[in-house]
Design a binder for this molecule. Structure first.
Ligand SMILES: *[C@@H]1O[C@H](CO)[C@@H](O)[C@H](O)[C@H]1NC(C)=O
Ligand SMILES: *[C@@H]1O[C@H](CO)[C@@H](O)[C@H](O)[C@H]1NC(C)=O
Ligand SMILES: *[C@@H]1O[C@H](CO)[C@@H](O)[C@H](O)[C@H]1NC(C)=O
Ligand SMILES: *[C@@H]1O[C@H](CO)[C@@H](O)[C@H](O)[C@H]1NC(C)=O
Ligand SMILES: *[C@@H]1O[C@H](CO)[C@@H](O)[C@H](O)[C@H]1NC(C)=O
Ligand SMILES: *[C@@H]1O[C@H](CO)[C@@H](O)[C@H](O)[C@H]1NC(C)=O
Ligand SMILES: *[C@@H]1O[C@H](CO)[C@@H](O)[C@H](O)[C@H]1NC(C)=O
Ligand SMILES: *[C@@H]1O[C@H](CO)[C@@H](O)[C@H](O)[C@H]1NC(C)=O
Ligand SMILES: *[C@@H]1O[C@H](CO)[C@@H](O)[C@H](O)[C@H]1NC(C)=O
Ligand SMILES: *[C@@H]1O[C@H](CO)[C@@H](O)[C@H](O)[C@H]1NC(C)=O
Ligand SMILES: *[C@@H]1O[C@H](CO)[C@@H](O)[C@H](O)[C@H]1NC(C)=O
Length: 538
């Protein structure tokens, strides 16, 4: 039932076609790769007794390929070894097709019923796709400047081309990016090429209905830059220490890598490295004054030259060899000498000098006059208070150094003074100290009641005072440089020891008691001796 319906449906659809002869064969073309087999199918059923004739035409000549007759298939002479016709279906098979097999194949079916059906189909023998390659013109490009034409060529028949960027299909925009195909090749044109355009990498794909081949990956070097030309450090300190390992470094994005030139203001520095060392700067006599330094990056392919921002500094020698000298060099007396203390460095440009005395800042006054450059201080009349440690601090922007000087102003001794106990017990320790302000420190001599003692230090020490140590002590402080001396006296009294544990009466009582006791003992002894009978030895 269903089968019948289907058959009538087919009949309804195909009958007009059969009469027109268009649907005996499928609509072509049939593509077959060179060397492969192809079978041409017939769309209508064949009945016993039908005669089928297959002919080939290359457009000018027609050749018989073969026919199916009631006696069986008959193959034309030139097709003997490579064509066959299926006796049941009438399908024509060609084996190992050659280029020359491309063309139109026609069929004539002489039906036993008397009808004639004809059909025609085009067969295309395809040359395999091979040698898909991309070539570029030019082979080197300059970003924003070059128009690059990539040509993809391949061998093969009936090829269509596609371009891929990495894995993405390239879509053209008809303006910057255009594609034009011609016989056997395709051209991709990129105007004002960018560095990023052609590093996908780019592939070209060539295909026909049976086959496809992809080109090897293609990259094009697009030269660009220099751009983002930077100099570092961007903000160096204004003063750079001479001979330090300071460097300026220049960098730029550029392909091929940029080459560099260096400038001191408008003057070129002879250096071509991306790193400019301070040594190079100083060796060429630059750096002595504040100046701008720039680098220029140049690209040999794009011919573009870009300058970095400028950095500004000057080179400064650190201070060394700070030293104080004082004049006059002889002995300086308070109230009579003047002094000039001067501070100098052997190298380095000193920009600031500060003076300190005993760790406190020294400021100019009527007593001490500073030279206009602060490098020396002058005392027209020295005072004893000027004794001390003088420090000068030399500074510049890159370093500081100090020098110290011990100023000795001779004076004194001033009023001597003895300190110590005035009254001590016998056997106790006595320490007398004599002091007198003096520079240099005074020498001392001691006397007792006018008699010179051995002690020559400022301290007189008696470990166990005796009564005879009492008396008037005189300390003399002497300064041989000033020729002056001062004295001071001190009275010491050493008290005689007194046993004050018991009263005098008690001591007398004890003595009397002892005498009585001893007397009693003696009396007892003699009493006993007379009373005890003694045995006669006789
Ligand atoms: C088929 O080819 C043969 C030989 O060339 C020719 O004689 C014949 O007329 C052709 N038949 C048709 C239908 O074209
Ligand atoms: C083509 O046909 C020949 C003969 O029938 C057969 O030997 C061969 O394997 C076929 N080749 C292919 C690729 O099918
Ligand atoms: C290829 O892809 C990259 C990254 O998406 C893109 O920048 C570039 O423009 C593309 N190139 C082309 C020719 O489309
Ligand atoms: C092409 O360039 C890209 C990006 O630079 C890289 O990853 C890739 O390996 C290159 N391919 C070839 C064939 O040079
Ligand atoms: C400066 O450059 C020199 C030579 O290139 C290198 O030896 C030195 O370490 C660099 N100094 C600094 C601070 O980068
Ligand atoms: C790039 O293009 C500009 C303007 O079209 C031209 O002057 C310049 O010479 C070009 N640069 C190179 C390296 O071809
Ligand atoms: C001051 O010094 C001078 C010269 O050295 C000397 O003749 C004079 O006696 C000194 N006066 C005093 C008060 O030291
Ligand atoms: C102090 O000494 C310095 C260095 O010798 C000198 O330049 C300066 O004039 C002197 N000052 C006075 C007041 O003598
Ligand atoms: C020292 O610094 C002063 C002021 O900055 C400058 O005039 C002078 O030339 C410098 N001297 C040297 C030797 O650098
Ligand atoms: C020193 O003089 C005092 C008072 O004249 C006297 O008491 C003392 O014994 C004397 N000392 C010596 C050691 O002469
Ligand atoms: C103290 O005595 C020594 C040795 O006699 C001497 O060299 C020195 O100058 C004297 N000092 C004073 C301040 O008189």
């Amino acid at each position: 039932m269903e089968l019948f319906a289907l058959k009538s449906l087919l009949f309804v659809f195909f009958l007009p076609g059969l009469c027109a002869g268009t649907s005996v064969l499928p609509s072509g073309p049939v593509d077959v790769l060179l060397g492969q087999n192809v079978t041409l199918n017939i769309l209508v059923p064949i009945k016993e007794g039908d005669i089928i004739i297959w002919n080939y035409s290359d457009g000018t000549d027609t050749n018989n390929v073969g026919s199916l007759r009631p006696g069986g298939p008959q193959i034309g002479d030139s097709y003997k070894t490579r064509a066959s016709i299926d006796p049941k279906t009438g399908f024509l098979t060609l084996t190992s097709v050659k280029n020359e097999d491309s063309g139109d194949y026609s069929i004539n079916i002489l039906q036993s019923s008397g009808g004639i059906l004809t059909g025609e189909i085009k067969v295309r023998v395809l040359v395999p796709v091979s040698d898909v390659v991309i070539k570029s013109d030019p082979t080197e490009a300059i970003e924003h400047n070059s128009t690059v034409v990539l040509t993809c060529s391949a061998s093969g028949s009936f090829l269509t081309f596609t371009w891929t960027n990495g894995t993405k299909l390239i879509t053209t925009d008809g303006e910057r990016l255009t594609v034009a195909d011609s016989d056997g090749s395709s051209k991709l044109t990129i105007k004002d090429v960018l560095r990023s355009d052609l590093v996908g990498p780019i592939y070209c794909n060539a295909k026909n209905s049976k086959q496809q081949r992809t080109s090897p990956p293609f990259n094009l070097t697009v030269y660009y830059g220099p751009e983002d030309v930077t100099i570092s450090p961007m903000k160096p300190s204004e003063y750079i220490t001479s001979n330090s390992d300071f460097n300026l470094t220049c960098a730029a994005r550029s392909s091929p890598p940029a080459t560099f030139t260096w400038y001191h203001n408008k003057d070129e520095i002879k250096a071509s490295d991306p790193i400019l060392t301070l040594k190079t700067i100083e060796m060429q006599g630059f750096g002595k004054t504040l100046a701008d330094y720039t680098c220029r990056a140049q690209n040999s392919k794009t011919k573009r030259v870009i300058a970095s921002p400028g950095v500004r500094f000057s080179v400064m020698e650190p201070i060394s060899g700070a030293k104080i000298t004082a004049t006059p060099t002889g002995i300086l007396f308070a109230g009579n000498s003047s002094a000039n203390i001067s501070c100098q460095a052997t190298s380095g440009n000193v920009t600031q000098i500060t003076w300190m005395v005993n760790g406190k800042q020294l400021l100019p006054s009527s007593h001490v006059v500073f030279s206009s450059d602060q490098s020396s201080i002058f005392f027209s009349v020295l005072k004893k208070e000027d004794n001390g440690v003088f420090t000068c601090k030399l500074q510049n922007s890159v370093s500081q150094k100090e020098a110290t000087y011990n100023l000795a102003v001779i004076y004194g001794p001033e009023k001597a003074e003895v300190r110590g106990e005035a009254e001590v017990e016998v056997d106790s320790e006595v320490v007398l100290t004599c002091s007198a302000s003096s520079v240099p420190p005074a020498n001392f001599t001691w006397k007792l009641n006018g008699t010179v003692l051995k002690v020559q230090t400022n301290t007189l020490r008696i470990e166990k005072a005796l009564y005879k140590d009492s008396g008037t002590y005189t300390c003399e402080a002497r300064n041989s440089l000033t020729g002056l001396s001062t004295t001071s006296t001190h009275t010491l009294s050493v008290k005689e020891e007194i046993y004050d544990g018991l009263s005098d009466g008690a001591i007398a009582g004890i003595v009397i008691a002892c005498l009585v006791a001893v007397g009693a003992c003696i009396a007892l002894f003699f009493y006993c001796r007379t009373k005890v009978p003694v045995e006669s030895p006789y």
